[in-house]
Ligand binder design. Structure first.
Ligand code: TRP
Length: 342
């Protein structure tokens, strides 16, 4: 974990700054994604950093069968990306299943990790427990190695993620280090990428738990103005009519204050002071207004994009072709280092 300036420069001796991040296509993105990572990505892109964005379709089959809805889920994800400002003329949007050379890297990488290390990964443990699966399948156990391939195939140096992804970043760094040490001590093939955590606090959903696709407590970027108003009316608050920003003791009220603050780009304490004694109804009214104002242009762009699915597919196919060229180049360096380039 590091700040942006360090992340951009620390690998700079040998590796150009490159940002890689991605999402599982398992449902529409929501406000938690917007403030937690999407805005960070757009900011990096606008600063001129090379941005790669992965539609992590093979990672969806860790705990479920590949559903018939996958093509639509992929389109929705790409529409979310473009609607928030990821620009396909500057960023590369691609999918696991369209970049075979990325997937091929998983094989040598698997030889560089140990079973105890895989079994220890706390994020995998949580997901396995949450999935209700009776036993760990091989991909659930090893997908962090596949995620290392996502990051290392393009020699990414910066990975904007949420805190739950830090174990995967540590695993990735270990793989890069071990590969370089074992096969390429004089000319490292892989950088040791840095995680970039958003400084926005975690947003809670309308039920007061972490906002999450799987918990049905999220306001999606696609939600209509009416749906947003309905969801926020249901949001949990507390009995104290005086609105304050105290995340520790009043998490639900603080969360709505934070939501307004993030949408309006002002400090949460200012928002709380403005609402003061006017109570939870006013808090929810302000939150609805702020979210709807923030989401309106995103919704409009998104709806337009979803009406041209052919365009979305072209973006993904073109991006995946560009990613393949990068992956082929890396695989060649790997083959040379591993003495398999006959
Ligand atoms: N595991 C990430 C998530 O669940 C998605 C992901 C896949 C990812 N590959 C990645 C994130 C590579 C960052 C880098 O959100």
């Amino acid at each position: 974990m590091t700040n942006l300036e360090n992340a951009v420069t620390s690998n700079s001796n040998r590796f150009a700054p490159r940002v890689l991040t991605g999402d599982r296509p398992t449902g529409k993105l929501h406000l938690g994604h917007l403030f937690g990572t999407l805005q960070n990505r757009v900011r990096l892109q606008d600063e001129g950093v090379d941005l790669m964005v992965l539609v992590a379709d093979y990672q969806t089959i860790t705990d479920r069968d590949s559903p018939a809805s996958l093509p639509e889920d992929v389109d929705e994800l790409i529409a979310d990306y473009l609607a928030v400002g990821i620009d396909p003329t500057r960023a590369t949007i691609f999918a696991h299943s369209l970049v075979p050379e990325l997937n091929q890297l998983m094989l040598p990488f698997l030889s560089l990790v140990t079973l105890p290390e895989l079994l220890r990964n706390p994020t995998v443990k949580d997901e396995a427990a949450g999935s209700g699966m009776p036993t760990l399948n091989g991909l659930m156990l090893t997908y962090p190695v596949h995620q290392a391939a996502d990051i290392l195939f393009c020699q990414a140096t910066i990975v904007p993620v949420g805190a739950d992804q830090l174990p995967h970043l540590e695993q990735t760094r270990a793989i890069a280090r071990r590969f370089n040490r074992r096969y390429a001590p004089d000319h490292p093939v892989f950088p040791e990428p840095e995680a970039l955590l958003s400084d926005a606090p975690v947003l809670l959903g309308i039920d007061g738990r972490k906002m999450s696709k799987s918990r049905n407590n999220a306001i999606t970027l696609a939600a209509s103005a009416d749906e947003t108003a309905r969801l926020l009316r249901q949001a949990k608050t507390d009995a104290d009519p005086n609105i304050t920003y105290e995340p520790k003791t009043r998490p639900e009220v603080a969360n709505l204050v934070l939501l307004i603050a993030l949408c309006e780009n002002v400090p949460p304490a200012t928002v709380a002071a403005e609402i003061g004694g006017r109570g939870a109804a006013e808090l929810k009214r302000r939150a609805t207004e702020a979210v709807n104002e923030k989401l309106e242009p995103i919704r409009l762009r998104r709806a337009e994009l979803m009406s041209d699915r052919g365009y979305l597919r072209t973006i993904l196919q073109d991006g995946s072709l560009a990613a393949r060229a990068i992956a082929q180049n890396t695989l060649e360096q790997v083959s040379t280092a591993m003495h398999t380039n006959y």
